[in-house]
Unconditional design. Structure first.
Length: 390
């Protein structure tokens, strides 16, 4: 379990905390369930809690042009959110649900889920990141996940064109039959404008299965920010455009639950989220998570398997800069509820999706290239070898 991230504590030392930002259904219940596929456009969408009050709910159609928010309202008693009357979901679309609730004592908990709606029979679609018109860090990788296995990978890859201004060579790399990532040889230069042209309509990806997308999207690369976490020294150096801005004290994975080495890319930002050890395999004998923290502040996802860089208020202040005590995440000092002036809040407010966080001097293995946007851990020749066109 060394590579699986997680981060919490039990009063004394931080036992580590992480997970996928997903919470069990005992507090915030979301319909459709997390990861559901083939949801009908007129299917039931609901967020509910048994007690307390929903503080905010946001349901957004993502990975298609500009993200579109689903209109809806929280009930007067604060226990339920539903879409506005007459609202129908789009076909072949991915939706994200973000919900934050308060209990009777004003304590916050959060839940983040996704689901996808039905794709017409014999059609395929590619869900992609980053979002259209977004500003991202220099380590952003254009990543497509397909709803059906792709047999004719060359035809699909040929139908997706990633170009940039100023121009650089951009090459695709397949991870299995359902994921295709694109990146240049080195990190994008700040200010680069990237265009993604999808010409998948009527492309045959497998016998009798054809694409339906025909669109052009794009994003802009912002300033360069690369942060290096030294697990042995318990520090994180933050560099902007090559210049050292600051060095922050951190705590990384404990000896039995170490943090991955290697280059990782921020893919999600949560001002508050819930982390439960059961979601990444850290369970007690009774099957429950070794930790369950409902209000982790300033959380930045680094891998799909659950590695986060996040605020930590439960570990003793003396742990930061001196000891590794987590389940694999990287922790920055913070306070309950999140403090924008604490190290975690300061870093969170200066982070973009696509920023790079590299971990060095950990005793764990290097993060897998397909775990999150870990493709920067492959050299250029290895990367190009994974293209169906080379």
């Amino acid at each position: 379990m060394a590579g699986l991230a997680g981060c919490t504590g039990d009063g004394g030392l931080d036992l580590g905390m992480g997970g996928k930002g997903r919470a069990p259904d005992d507090v915030i219940r979301v319909t459709p369930e997390d990861g559901a596929k083939g949801v009908a456009p007129d299917g039931r969408v609901e967020v509910r809690i048994p007690s307390g009050r929903l503080e905010r709910v946001k349901v957004v159609k993502v990975e298609d042009a500009q993200p579109v928010r689903v209109p809806g309202a929280i009930s007067e008693d604060g226990l339920r959110w539903r879409p506005a009357p007459g609202v129908r979901l789009a076909l072949a679309a991915k939706y994200s649900v973000e919900a934050v609730a308060l209990d009777a004592h004003g304590r916050r908990s959060a839940r983040h889920t996704t689901f996808t709606t039905a794709v017409p029979e014999h059609r395929f679609i590619g869900y992609f990141k980053p979002e259209n018109r977004s500003t991202v860090g220099t380590g952003m990788i254009v990543s497509f996940s397909f709803n059906r296995p792709i047999e004719n990978r060359a035809a699909v890859e040929r139908a997706i064109r990633v170009t940039s201004r100023p121009p650089v060579e951009v090459v695709g790399h397949w991870f299995g039959k359902e994921r295709l990532d694109f990146r240049p040889r080195a990190y994008w230069k700040p200010g680069t404008e990237v265009t993604v042209g999808l010409r998948l309509r009527d492309v045959e990806a497998a016998p009798g299965v054809y694409g339906i997308q025909h669109k052009t999207v794009g994003f802009t690369v912002g300033r360069s920010q690369v942060s290096v976490v030294d697990a042995e020294e318990h520090t994180m150096e933050v560099r902007r455009d090559g210049r050292l801005v600051t060095t922050l004290p951190i705590t990384a994975g404990a000896p039995k639950t170490t943090t991955y080495n290697g280059k990782m890319v921020v893919t999600e930002l949560f001002d508050v989220t819930r982390m439960n050890g059961a979601t990444v395999g850290f369970k007690n004998k009774d099957g429950k998570g070794e930790y369950d923290i409902k209000d982790v502040p300033h959380a930045m996802r680094l891998t799909d398997s659950g590695t986060f860089l996040h605020g930590n208020y439960w570990a003793p202040p003396s742990a930061f800069g001196t000891a590794n005590v987590s389940h694999g995440c990287v922790g920055l000092r913070d306070v309950k509820g999140g403090d924008p002036d604490a190290p975690a809040g300061w870093f969170f407010d200066r982070t973009l999706i696509g920023d790079v966080v590299e971990v060095v001097n950990s005793t764990d293995r290097k993060v897998s290239p397909d775990n999150g946007l870990g493709g920067w851990n492959m050299d250029w020749n290895q990367w190009k070898a994974g293209s169906a066109l080379h």
